[in-house]
Design a protein around this ligand. Structure first.
Ligand SMILES: C/C(=C\C[C@@]12O[C@]1(C)C(=O)c1ccccc1C2=O)CCC[C@H](C)CCC[C@H](C)CCCC(C)C
Length: 169
């Protein structure tokens, strides 16, 4: 078993991630229906989230449409991939096997690649500051650390139990 704090931290990170992704999905679909819609996270023209979510990079990471077409099932808002990712992280977190831990670490590395790419688009192409987006990058990085700790723990040589170690006089 992993240390007890691990599951609690994982649950907190994933629940936050799912919450932010559901909110991003709500903002994106509301804005697509009504161009006048302003979200709580639209603070000013330079600190705006709905502009980012409805940009050409807001669906399928801006890559799916060019490769598979706009009608592809994979051409979903980025937030849908976010929800799937955090659900996977919380679900596999309940499995104490090395295979599960390895899957967690690999998908986590993919999410870091995705985060770096989205951060690049956000700062250098859209030149925007999206609080929700930046928070998800921090969550993804924290999950990477957690997944690295878990894999190390599960593959470490078994230690002699330190419990009940008393001096013998
Ligand atoms: C809300 C969220 C990210 C925020 C945001 O994506 C948003 C909403 C967006 O529209 C956007 C537009 C332009 C620039 C930046 C942005 C973003 O910043 C979630 C990310 C999660 C992470 C980057 C997911 C990576 C998932 C992997 C592809 C692995 C998936 C594996 C599983 C599905 C099996």
């Amino acid at each position: 078993m992993e240390p007890g704090w691990e599951r609690a931290v994982r649950a907190a990170l994933c629940v936050t991630g799912i919450g932010l992704s559901v909110y991003a999905y709500h903002v994106e679909t509301s804005r697509e229906r009504d161009p006048e819609y302003t979200a709580l996270c639209d603070i000013n023209p330079d600190i705006s989230c709905s502009k980012v979510f409805t940009s050409r990079w807001g669906r399928g990471f801006g890559l799916v449409e060019g490769i598979l077409g706009a009608q592809s099932l994979l051409n979903q808002p980025n937030s849908v991939f976010g929800i799937l990712f955090y659900v996977l992280q919380i679900a596999l977190g309940f499995v104490s096997s090395v295979a599960a831990a390895a899957t967690l670490l690999v998908t986590s590395l993919v999410s870091i690649a995705g985060s770096l790419y989205l951060a690049y688009v956000l700062f250098y192409i859209l030149e925007d500051f999206c609080v929700i987006c930046i928070t998800t990058y921090v969550l993804n990085f924290s999950l990477l650390l957690l997944n690295a700790v878990r894999l190390r723990y599960l593959t470490a040589k078994p230690q002699k139990k330190k419990k009940n170690k008393r001096k013998t006089h």
